[in-house]
Ligand binder design. Sequence first.
Ligand code: UFG
Length: 326
Amino acid sequence: MSVNVLVTGGAGYIGSHACKALRVAGYNPVAYDNLSSGHEWAVKWGPLERGDILDFTRLIEVLNCYKPLAVMHFAGLIAVGESVEHPERYYRNNVIGSLSLLQAMREVGVNNVIFSSTAAVYGLPKEAPINETSLEKPINPYGETKLIVERVLRDFGVAYGLNWTALRYFNAAGADPASETGEAHDPETHLIPIIIESIQGKRDRLTVYGADYDTPDGTCIRDYIHVSDLADAHVAALNRLRRGGSSGSYNLGNGAGFSVREVINTAQTVTGKIVPVTYGARRRGDPAVLVADASRATHELSWRPKISSLDEIIRTAWAWHSRTWI
Ligand code: UFG
Protein backbone atom coordinates (compact mmCIF):
# COMPACT_ATOMS: atom_id res chain seq x y z
CA MET A 1 0.00 0.00 0.00
CA SER A 2 1.47 3.34 -0.97
CA VAL A 3 1.43 6.29 1.42
CA ASN A 4 -1.39 8.81 0.91
CA VAL A 5 -0.73 12.51 0.36
CA LEU A 6 -3.66 14.92 0.19
CA VAL A 7 -3.21 17.45 -2.62
CA THR A 8 -5.55 20.43 -2.30
CA GLY A 9 -5.99 21.98 -5.73
CA GLY A 10 -4.88 18.65 -7.20
CA ALA A 11 -7.01 19.24 -10.32
CA GLY A 12 -5.19 22.50 -11.09
CA TYR A 13 -2.13 23.37 -13.12
CA ILE A 14 0.70 22.91 -10.62
CA GLY A 15 -1.32 20.55 -8.37
CA SER A 16 -1.90 18.02 -11.14
CA HIS A 17 1.81 17.97 -12.03
CA ALA A 18 2.53 17.41 -8.32
CA CYS A 19 0.11 14.46 -8.33
CA LYS A 20 2.05 12.92 -11.20
CA ALA A 21 5.39 13.50 -9.44
CA LEU A 22 4.01 11.95 -6.24
CA ARG A 23 2.80 8.90 -8.14
CA VAL A 24 6.17 8.50 -9.85
CA ALA A 25 7.81 8.69 -6.39
CA GLY A 26 5.55 5.89 -5.12
CA TYR A 27 2.94 7.92 -3.20
CA ASN A 28 -0.83 7.84 -3.64
CA PRO A 29 -1.93 11.44 -4.38
CA VAL A 30 -5.50 12.19 -3.28
CA ALA A 31 -6.70 15.30 -5.10
CA TYR A 32 -9.00 17.50 -3.01
CA ASP A 33 -10.53 20.11 -5.30
CA ASN A 34 -13.78 22.07 -5.62
CA LEU A 35 -13.29 22.16 -9.41
CA SER A 36 -13.94 25.92 -9.47
CA SER A 37 -10.90 26.35 -11.68
CA GLY A 38 -9.40 22.85 -11.73
CA HIS A 39 -10.37 20.14 -14.21
CA GLU A 40 -11.58 16.61 -13.63
CA TRP A 41 -9.48 15.45 -16.63
CA ALA A 42 -6.33 16.57 -14.81
CA VAL A 43 -6.82 14.05 -11.99
CA LYS A 44 -5.17 10.88 -13.29
CA TRP A 45 -2.74 9.68 -10.68
CA GLY A 46 -5.04 8.99 -7.74
CA PRO A 47 -8.59 9.56 -6.51
CA LEU A 48 -10.48 12.85 -6.75
CA GLU A 49 -12.36 14.02 -3.67
CA ARG A 50 -14.55 16.99 -4.43
CA GLY A 51 -14.51 19.56 -1.69
CA ASP A 52 -13.71 23.09 -0.69
CA ILE A 53 -10.97 24.03 1.77
CA LEU A 54 -13.54 26.26 3.49
CA ASP A 55 -15.73 23.19 4.12
CA PHE A 56 -14.34 22.01 7.45
CA THR A 57 -16.68 19.00 7.80
CA ARG A 58 -15.77 17.71 4.36
CA LEU A 59 -12.06 18.19 5.08
CA ILE A 60 -12.31 16.17 8.29
CA GLU A 61 -14.20 13.43 6.44
CA VAL A 62 -11.58 13.14 3.68
CA LEU A 63 -8.62 13.39 6.07
CA ASN A 64 -10.13 10.69 8.29
CA CYS A 65 -10.78 8.48 5.29
CA TYR A 66 -7.23 8.62 3.85
CA LYS A 67 -5.12 9.43 6.93
CA PRO A 68 -2.50 11.13 4.72
CA LEU A 69 1.12 11.42 5.78
CA ALA A 70 1.14 15.02 4.53
CA VAL A 71 -0.83 17.67 2.73
CA MET A 72 0.39 19.55 -0.33
CA HIS A 73 -1.65 22.75 -0.35
CA PHE A 74 -2.17 24.32 -3.79
CA ALA A 75 -5.85 25.29 -3.56
CA GLY A 76 -6.26 29.05 -3.76
CA LEU A 77 -6.94 32.00 -5.99
CA ILE A 78 -3.98 33.14 -8.08
CA ALA A 79 -4.88 36.17 -10.20
CA VAL A 80 -3.00 39.25 -9.07
CA GLY A 81 -5.30 41.73 -10.84
CA GLU A 82 -8.46 40.11 -9.48
CA SER A 83 -6.99 40.18 -5.97
CA VAL A 84 -6.72 43.98 -6.19
CA GLU A 85 -10.34 44.29 -7.29
CA HIS A 86 -11.81 41.65 -4.98
CA PRO A 87 -9.53 41.35 -1.95
CA GLU A 88 -12.31 39.78 0.14
CA ARG A 89 -12.28 36.71 -2.10
CA TYR A 90 -8.53 36.36 -1.64
CA TYR A 91 -8.45 36.76 2.13
CA ARG A 92 -11.39 34.35 2.47
CA ASN A 93 -10.15 31.61 0.13
CA ASN A 94 -6.42 31.87 0.63
CA VAL A 95 -6.18 32.85 4.31
CA ILE A 96 -9.36 31.55 5.95
CA GLY A 97 -9.32 28.50 3.65
CA SER A 98 -5.75 27.68 4.70
CA LEU A 99 -6.63 28.16 8.38
CA SER A 100 -9.57 25.80 7.95
CA LEU A 101 -7.27 23.22 6.37
CA LEU A 102 -4.63 23.56 9.09
CA GLN A 103 -7.25 23.27 11.81
CA ALA A 104 -8.66 20.11 10.21
CA MET A 105 -5.13 18.68 9.93
CA ARG A 106 -4.55 19.31 13.63
CA GLU A 107 -7.82 17.68 14.56
CA VAL A 108 -6.99 14.54 12.59
CA GLY A 109 -3.29 14.56 13.51
CA VAL A 110 -1.69 15.29 10.12
CA ASN A 111 1.51 17.14 10.88
CA ASN A 112 3.29 17.80 7.58
CA VAL A 113 2.38 20.43 5.00
CA ILE A 114 3.99 21.72 1.82
CA PHE A 115 2.56 25.09 0.86
CA SER A 116 2.33 26.69 -2.56
CA SER A 117 3.75 30.20 -2.12
CA THR A 118 5.00 32.77 -4.58
CA ALA A 119 7.66 35.31 -5.50
CA ALA A 120 4.87 37.86 -5.08
CA VAL A 121 5.76 37.90 -1.35
CA TYR A 122 8.76 40.08 -2.34
CA GLY A 123 6.68 42.77 -4.06
CA LEU A 124 8.95 45.09 -6.05
CA PRO A 125 12.42 43.84 -5.11
CA LYS A 126 15.37 46.17 -5.40
CA GLU A 127 17.90 43.46 -6.16
CA ALA A 128 18.23 40.51 -8.56
CA PRO A 129 18.56 37.66 -8.02
CA ILE A 130 16.54 37.54 -4.80
CA ASN A 131 17.17 35.12 -1.95
CA GLU A 132 14.94 34.23 0.98
CA THR A 133 16.47 36.89 3.23
CA SER A 134 15.25 39.66 0.90
CA LEU A 135 12.59 42.01 2.20
CA GLU A 136 9.08 40.52 2.09
CA LYS A 137 6.85 43.35 1.02
CA PRO A 138 3.91 42.27 -1.13
CA ILE A 139 2.21 44.94 -3.21
CA ASN A 140 -1.11 43.20 -3.84
CA PRO A 141 -3.64 41.17 -1.84
CA TYR A 142 -2.60 37.95 -3.61
CA GLY A 143 0.99 38.26 -2.36
CA GLU A 144 -0.26 39.41 1.07
CA THR A 145 -2.44 36.33 1.49
CA LYS A 146 0.44 33.99 0.63
CA LEU A 147 2.78 35.75 3.04
CA ILE A 148 0.15 35.69 5.81
CA VAL A 149 -0.21 31.92 5.39
CA GLU A 150 3.58 31.52 5.58
CA ARG A 151 3.47 33.42 8.90
CA VAL A 152 0.65 31.17 10.12
CA LEU A 153 2.73 28.10 9.23
CA ARG A 154 5.74 29.46 11.09
CA ASP A 155 3.66 30.18 14.21
CA PHE A 156 1.85 26.82 14.07
CA GLY A 157 5.27 25.20 13.79
CA VAL A 158 6.43 26.88 17.00
CA ALA A 159 3.19 26.38 18.93
CA TYR A 160 1.92 23.02 17.69
CA GLY A 161 4.98 21.34 16.18
CA LEU A 162 3.66 21.53 12.60
CA ASN A 163 6.33 20.60 10.03
CA TRP A 164 6.05 22.88 7.02
CA THR A 165 7.73 23.96 3.82
CA ALA A 166 6.67 26.99 1.79
CA LEU A 167 7.81 26.99 -1.83
CA ARG A 168 7.98 30.39 -3.47
CA TYR A 169 7.56 29.90 -7.20
CA PHE A 170 8.86 32.39 -9.67
CA ASN A 171 7.16 32.06 -13.10
CA ALA A 172 5.67 28.58 -13.42
CA ALA A 173 5.64 27.59 -17.09
CA GLY A 174 5.52 24.67 -19.52
CA ALA A 175 3.59 21.43 -19.30
CA ASP A 176 4.10 17.78 -18.51
CA PRO A 177 6.64 16.51 -21.11
CA ALA A 178 4.27 13.62 -21.95
CA SER A 179 1.38 16.12 -22.34
CA GLU A 180 -0.68 14.22 -19.77
CA THR A 181 -1.58 17.49 -18.05
CA GLY A 182 -0.84 21.15 -18.61
CA GLU A 183 -1.93 24.74 -18.18
CA ALA A 184 -5.61 25.58 -18.76
CA HIS A 185 -6.58 28.76 -16.93
CA ASP A 186 -9.75 30.67 -17.70
CA PRO A 187 -9.18 33.53 -18.19
CA GLU A 188 -5.53 33.04 -19.12
CA THR A 189 -3.26 35.85 -17.96
CA HIS A 190 0.21 34.27 -18.24
CA LEU A 191 2.70 35.21 -20.92
CA ILE A 192 3.67 31.87 -22.50
CA PRO A 193 0.14 30.45 -22.98
CA ILE A 194 -1.00 33.83 -24.33
CA ILE A 195 1.87 33.80 -26.84
CA ILE A 196 0.88 30.29 -27.93
CA GLU A 197 -2.82 31.14 -28.21
CA SER A 198 -1.86 34.17 -30.33
CA ILE A 199 0.17 31.93 -32.64
CA GLN A 200 -2.73 29.49 -32.84
CA GLY A 201 -5.16 32.26 -33.74
CA LYS A 202 -7.18 31.68 -30.56
CA ARG A 203 -6.66 35.35 -29.76
CA ASP A 204 -5.82 38.31 -31.98
CA ARG A 205 -2.43 39.14 -30.61
CA LEU A 206 -0.17 39.43 -27.60
CA THR A 207 -0.03 42.83 -25.95
CA VAL A 208 3.38 43.46 -24.41
CA TYR A 209 2.84 45.32 -21.17
CA GLY A 210 5.46 48.02 -21.37
CA ALA A 211 8.69 48.37 -23.36
CA ASP A 212 10.08 51.29 -21.36
CA TYR A 213 11.44 49.44 -18.32
CA ASP A 214 15.00 49.89 -17.16
CA THR A 215 16.12 46.59 -18.70
CA PRO A 216 18.37 45.93 -21.74
CA ASP A 217 15.46 45.71 -24.21
CA GLY A 218 12.90 47.69 -22.20
CA THR A 219 10.62 44.72 -21.39
CA CYS A 220 10.22 42.94 -18.05
CA ILE A 221 12.55 40.14 -17.07
CA ARG A 222 11.27 36.96 -15.37
CA ASP A 223 12.63 33.63 -14.21
CA TYR A 224 10.61 30.88 -15.95
CA ILE A 225 10.66 27.57 -14.12
CA HIS A 226 9.22 24.35 -15.53
CA VAL A 227 6.10 23.12 -13.75
CA SER A 228 7.45 19.54 -13.54
CA ASP A 229 10.56 20.88 -11.80
CA LEU A 230 8.29 22.68 -9.34
CA ALA A 231 6.41 19.42 -8.81
CA ASP A 232 9.66 17.55 -8.13
CA ALA A 233 10.63 20.18 -5.56
CA HIS A 234 7.43 19.39 -3.65
CA VAL A 235 8.33 15.72 -3.47
CA ALA A 236 11.88 16.64 -2.41
CA ALA A 237 10.45 18.91 0.31
CA LEU A 238 8.14 16.13 1.52
CA ASN A 239 10.99 13.63 1.67
CA ARG A 240 13.08 16.13 3.60
CA LEU A 241 10.33 16.68 6.18
CA ARG A 242 9.99 12.88 6.50
CA ARG A 243 13.69 12.68 7.30
CA GLY A 244 13.17 15.20 10.11
CA GLY A 245 14.44 18.24 8.18
CA SER A 246 13.61 21.70 9.51
CA SER A 247 10.70 23.82 8.31
CA GLY A 248 11.24 26.86 6.10
CA SER A 249 10.65 28.81 2.92
CA TYR A 250 12.45 28.26 -0.39
CA ASN A 251 12.65 30.12 -3.67
CA LEU A 252 12.11 27.97 -6.75
CA GLY A 253 13.47 29.31 -10.02
CA ASN A 254 16.19 28.65 -12.59
CA GLY A 255 18.20 31.71 -11.62
CA ALA A 256 18.13 32.99 -15.21
CA GLY A 257 16.07 35.93 -16.37
CA PHE A 258 14.44 36.35 -19.79
CA SER A 259 12.76 39.46 -21.10
CA VAL A 260 9.31 39.39 -22.68
CA ARG A 261 10.95 40.02 -26.06
CA GLU A 262 13.32 37.09 -25.51
CA VAL A 263 10.39 34.83 -24.64
CA ILE A 264 8.59 35.91 -27.83
CA ASN A 265 11.72 35.28 -29.94
CA THR A 266 12.26 31.86 -28.38
CA ALA A 267 8.62 30.91 -28.97
CA GLN A 268 8.99 31.94 -32.63
CA THR A 269 12.10 29.78 -32.99
CA VAL A 270 10.55 26.77 -31.25
CA THR A 271 7.27 26.89 -33.18
CA GLY A 272 8.53 28.27 -36.48
CA LYS A 273 5.65 30.74 -36.41
CA ILE A 274 5.29 34.49 -35.99
CA VAL A 275 3.76 35.88 -32.80
CA PRO A 276 1.42 38.77 -33.60
CA VAL A 277 2.46 41.49 -31.15
CA THR A 278 1.30 44.92 -30.11
CA TYR A 279 2.91 47.16 -27.50
CA GLY A 280 0.78 48.56 -24.69
CA ALA A 281 1.10 50.34 -21.38
CA ARG A 282 2.76 48.85 -18.32
CA ARG A 283 0.61 46.55 -16.19
CA ARG A 284 0.17 47.84 -12.66
CA GLY A 285 2.34 46.11 -10.08
CA ASP A 286 4.79 44.47 -12.50
CA PRO A 287 8.37 44.59 -11.18
CA ALA A 288 10.97 45.21 -13.92
CA VAL A 289 13.12 42.22 -12.95
CA LEU A 290 12.27 39.11 -10.93
CA VAL A 291 14.95 36.43 -10.79
CA ALA A 292 15.41 33.75 -8.13
CA ASP A 293 18.41 32.80 -6.14
CA ALA A 294 17.29 29.24 -5.48
CA SER A 295 20.52 28.05 -3.89
CA ARG A 296 18.82 27.29 -0.57
CA ALA A 297 16.53 24.79 -2.33
CA THR A 298 19.47 23.37 -4.25
CA HIS A 299 21.40 22.71 -1.06
CA GLU A 300 18.73 21.79 1.46
CA LEU A 301 16.21 20.00 -0.77
CA SER A 302 18.87 18.49 -3.05
CA TRP A 303 16.76 19.81 -5.90
CA ARG A 304 17.89 21.01 -9.28
CA PRO A 305 15.72 21.94 -12.25
CA LYS A 306 15.92 19.37 -15.05
CA ILE A 307 14.07 21.21 -17.82
CA SER A 308 15.96 24.43 -17.37
CA SER A 309 16.28 25.91 -20.86
CA LEU A 310 13.60 28.30 -22.02
CA ASP A 311 13.52 26.45 -25.37
CA GLU A 312 12.56 23.21 -23.68
CA ILE A 313 10.03 24.89 -21.40
CA ILE A 314 8.26 26.48 -24.37
CA ARG A 315 8.51 23.27 -26.37
CA THR A 316 6.53 21.37 -23.69
CA ALA A 317 3.93 24.17 -23.54
CA TRP A 318 3.60 24.16 -27.35
CA ALA A 319 3.16 20.38 -27.39
CA TRP A 320 0.48 20.63 -24.70
CA HIS A 321 -1.43 23.40 -26.43
CA SER A 322 -1.24 21.46 -29.72
CA ARG A 323 -2.66 18.23 -28.25
CA THR A 324 -5.77 16.74 -29.77
CA TRP A 325 -7.58 15.45 -26.67
CA ILE A 326 -10.01 17.63 -24.63
N1 UFG B 1 3.02 39.96 -20.03
C1 UFG B 1 2.77 40.67 -21.18
N2 UFG B 1 1.59 40.46 -21.81
C2 UFG B 1 0.66 39.55 -21.39
C3 UFG B 1 0.95 38.82 -20.21
C4 UFG B 1 2.14 39.04 -19.56
O1 UFG B 1 3.57 41.52 -21.59
O2 UFG B 1 -0.41 39.43 -22.01
C5 UFG B 1 4.30 40.17 -19.34
C6 UFG B 1 4.10 40.70 -17.93
O3 UFG B 1 3.99 42.11 -17.91
C7 UFG B 1 5.36 40.17 -17.23
C8 UFG B 1 5.66 38.87 -17.97
O4 UFG B 1 4.96 38.95 -19.21
O5 UFG B 1 6.40 41.06 -17.46
C9 UFG B 1 5.18 37.65 -17.22
O6 UFG B 1 3.82 37.84 -16.88
P1 UFG B 1 2.90 36.67 -16.29
O7 UFG B 1 1.53 37.27 -16.15
O8 UFG B 1 3.05 35.45 -17.10
O9 UFG B 1 3.54 36.38 -14.87
P2 UFG B 1 3.83 37.39 -13.67
O10 UFG B 1 5.31 37.59 -13.66
O11 UFG B 1 2.99 38.60 -13.70
O12 UFG B 1 3.28 36.55 -12.45
C10 UFG B 1 4.01 35.59 -11.80
C11 UFG B 1 3.05 34.56 -11.20
C12 UFG B 1 2.19 35.20 -10.14
C13 UFG B 1 3.07 35.90 -9.14
C14 UFG B 1 3.98 36.88 -9.81
C15 UFG B 1 4.93 37.50 -8.83
O13 UFG B 1 2.21 34.04 -12.21
O14 UFG B 1 1.47 34.20 -9.48
O15 UFG B 1 4.75 36.22 -10.80
O16 UFG B 1 5.29 38.78 -9.27
F1 UFG B 1 2.29 36.60 -8.27
